[in-house]
Design a protein around this ligand. Structure first.
Ligand SMILES: NC(=O)c1ccc[n+]([C@@H]2O[C@H](COP(=O)([O-])OP(=O)(O)OC[C@H]3O[C@@H](n4cnc5c(N)ncnc54)[C@H](OP(=O)(O)O)[C@@H]3O)[C@@H](O)[C@H]2O)c1
Length: 232
């Protein structure tokens, strides 16, 4: 049984990943708020804000085979209304939170023979869209982190990949999908005519943690209904 740590397991993609991964793995889940479903899953849950909390207070398994970092942001505003603080906050949750977790868990990941780290970017890092300046800057940094860490950790056989979703039906995206009209319009912006769901992101996460992806590292994999690559 592999030991997996899922950060941000309280909602959305992280919760869906914890649900799937806990069927066959030992999962330690960390998240800011507690979702009632977590009590029904076979996971060790720790309630903690990853930016302010002290990871030294958590007893992790000696060997960790997988790390998923799912917290993130969708802070969409015209550039003139984005403050420096917005950019800092987005960088903190998307990049520095991941850096903190990876640095803390690296000694444990190095003890695994097949460790894998999964981070989350966004289609907005690849495709320029209005109002996405802050999230795009942070997610582009996540992609840089993914590739440089994949190189640096390859000697330790630790793989690092990122998933880049487009709009996915989770709490994070709830304001953008709050009416049937908004949902319909958002779906139509995608070549495949719909938004994504947390389960399809979680299944790719599971694959990237598994031995089936053992020759995949340093990749940014889009699940975006074609938005990042296709123009109709
Ligand atoms: N949903 C989309 O449309 C979309 C699109 C592109 C990229 N992404 C990326 O995909 C990833 C997952 O997104 P999602 O939609 O599943 O997000 P979500 O619904 O907000 O779920 C994220 C989880 O992380 C937790 N979290 C946030 N900040 C935290 C912190 N400081 N400490 C501990 N836990 C924290 C949240 O806790 P709370 O429950 O307390 O908020 C929540 O449980 C993110 O990186 C996001 O940027 C999502």
């Amino acid at each position: 049984m592999r030991n997996i740590v899922v950060i941000g397991c309280g909602q959305g993609i992280g919760l869906a990943a914890a649900r799937i991964l806990s069927e066959n793995n030992h999962v330690t889940g960390i998240s800011r708020s507690h979702h009632p479903e977590l009590d029904k899953l076979n996971i060790e849950f720790v309630q903690m804000d990853i930016l302010t909390g002290n990871l030294d207070e958590i007893t992790f398994p000696e060997v960790i085979d997988g790390l998923v970092y799912a917290p993130g942001s969708i802070n969409l505003r015209p550039f003139k209304r984005l403050t420096e603080d917005d950019f800092k906050k987005d960088f903190e949750i998307n990049v520095l939170g991941a850096v903190k977790c990876i640095q803390k868990l690296l000694p444990h990941l190095k003890k695994s023979e097949h460790a894998s780290i999964v981070l989350f970017s966004s289609v907005a890092a690849k495709l320029g869209m209005p109002f996405h300046a802050s999230v795009s800057a942070s997610k582009s940094a996540v992609e840089g982190l993914t590739k440089s860490l994949a190189a640096e950790l390859s000697a330790e056989k630790i793989r690092v990949n990122a998933i880049a979703p487009s709009l996915t039906d989770t709490k994070l995206a709830s304001q953008l999908l709050s009416t049937p009209e908004k949902r319909d319009a958002s779906g139509k912006r995608h070549p495949l005519q719909r938004v994504g769901n947390a389960v399809e992101m979680a299944k790719l996460t599971e694959f990237l943690l598994s031995a089936d992806s053992s020759w995949i590292t340093g990749q940014i994999i889009g699940i975006d209904g074609g938005l990042g690559s296709i123009k109709l």
